[in-house]
Design a protein around this ligand. Sequence first.
Ligand code: NZQ
Ligand code: ZN
Length: 383
Amino acid sequence: MNNFTFYSPTYFAFGKGTEKEAGRLIKRFGGSKVLIHYGGGSVIRSGLLDRVKESLNKENIEYIELGGVKPNPRSGLVYEGIDLCRKEGIDFILAVGGGSVIDSAKAIAAGAMYEGDFWDFFEGKPIEKALPVGTVLTIAAAGSEGSGDTVITKEEGMLKRGAGSEVLRPKFSILNPELTQTLPAYQTACGAVDIMAHVFERYFTNTKEVEITDRLCEAILLTMIKEVPRVIKDPNNYEARANIMWAGMVAHNNLVGVGREQDWASHGIEHELSALYDVAHGAGLAVVFPAWMTYVMKHDINRFAQIAVRVWGCHMNFANPEETAREGIERFKQFLKSIGMPTTFKELGAREEDIPLMVEKLGLGENGTIGSFVRLNSKDVEN
Ligand code: NZQ
Ligand code: ZN
């Protein structure tokens, strides 16, 4: 196991009705004038936004609103949010929605405390200061409720890039699984794939002797395999929703990734798909991940055979571990299909002729690579 530091200071309020705590928690974390940030309207239709505002009113907290965050959130609204925060003297941002809303809120939070262009952070400038952010999560997926990361798309050139900093971890996150019951099955499944992908990015490592994090990763994957079909069948299954919601948090706050090298090539490749076609991140991952696994499998057949046996319930073929590894990937694909996810470019609506453009936008150039389990160059990514 490698040396590591782990600091995950987000306060979580989990369970039924917890959105009523929003006002109290904002006060506890020092907010007095709040920007409530939300998406395309699901929180209005569900009545959640009204309940959240009521909770702020109860604590006499002033607020203004900025809605309209799109999935794969755009820089245009971030600039608008930054201006608004400065003009109105905002000291706390409350994101009410999914990963896109939370990421947009984090970008605004960092940009509002910085004199230059916030996009600098997405080109590598470290983020040192940010306004405090709280979240009321409505979809189990990106894990942004417990992570220090944000992913934004710049309209000019449709560049989708990530930035991260410990200062971006939400001060609090409210996780009420009931709020996810209004999700369409497709969005639920996309979220589930993203959660599993966050585990895979950490599971496929070259670091040896990482039993504890291996086993934690496997526990999350087994939970997803059990619970996702239950919510696809019955969207109102609270207990299954609850397990998935917490899985989404622990899959990405890095608890299961510490002390080990992580990969992240598949996420990088997927971001080019969702940037170009505006598809859901999880759907893109459903196409990229099985392909990536098949491509890199031979680098460590034993690790792929291990996950096949421990997670996908395959029988270990000691004479031919590659067969076991392949069967594991096949079962993963079948699982994706069973929950209505695409597994091919065609099903996703992606075009083969766009591959060179996506590879170019990834920006690896002649000698660059992506990923660490296996370092992929531009040619590998194209393959
Ligand atoms: O905009 P509204 O109307 O709210 O509708 C949303 C949106 O259309 C809808 N939705 C959310 N909660 C709902 C609901 N509809 C009905 N009932 C509910 N309870 O679902 C759609 C998708 O929402 P979005 O926020 O885009 O989903 P998700 O949480 O999957 O976030 C995806 C974004 O997160 C990024 C992705 O790249 C993508 O841009 N990621 C962020 C990460 C991070 N910050 O740590 C890590 C991830 O790997 C990921 O890259
Ligand atoms: Zn993801």
